[in-house]
Write a protein that binds this ligand. Sequence first.
Ligand code: TMP
Length: 245
Amino acid sequence: MRSRIAPMWDIARSATFAGRLHWNTMPGTFITFEGLDGSGKTTQIKRLAAWLEERGRNVVLTRNPGGTALGERIRGILLDSRTEAATGAITPKAELALMFADRAQSIAEIIKPALAEDKIVLCDRYTDSSEAYQGGGRELGSATILAAHKTICDGFQPSLTILLLPPLAASLARARRRNDRTTHHTGTDENRFEREGDTFYTRIYDAYKTIAAREPQRVVAIEDDASIDEIQKIIQAIVANRLDL
Ligand code: TMP
């Protein structure tokens, strides 16, 4: 195990200098988590938040889509597999526009105010998800998403993105295992994306690989298919290095 993890410590070290080259000039630190459905990022982000809080850091945990009142409503529309029975098919561009409407609200209401107060903002998904899912999965192409990001988000980027991307076969199996995201007691349904097939998820996986190769200073990809505890240790090492913990 040690030998598999060792390269990640090198990545953590090499990411330290590059992390200073970010676009965010506010006092706080903006970190995003990315990956395919079922990549375990929600568990990891919560554990990282607890770990940072134990070290006296002020953490704000949020997600895209969601987080704000408007965003949670948009999330309901986007993720509920029953939406299209009522609305008809959602076009890829309408889907993209809703993702960015959510994000604009999230930046204005949660992310920027928290960064201005010197907090650490951990966001479960951000624009890389739009590039991977709508750009790759829905085949709108990266240029469309990057242009929307520039216009709607003023190009505002995290200083660090943790990308959980185990090998494709394992990623596909996990995405499939999440095929029934129905919460019976609340009646919510978040299955619209999970209904997609392997080719859709393969395009997302490839798009994430392309983003990581294009922006190695910002994006740290964890490609190990290790346990939750092992991955958390790697994430903590990367973040500790960035934040000088
Ligand atoms: P999650 O919050 O449980 O990860 O689910 C969010 C779903 O929405 C997931 O399938 C990825 C998808 N998504 C996009 O397609 N584009 C986006 O820009 C974002 C933020 C999420």
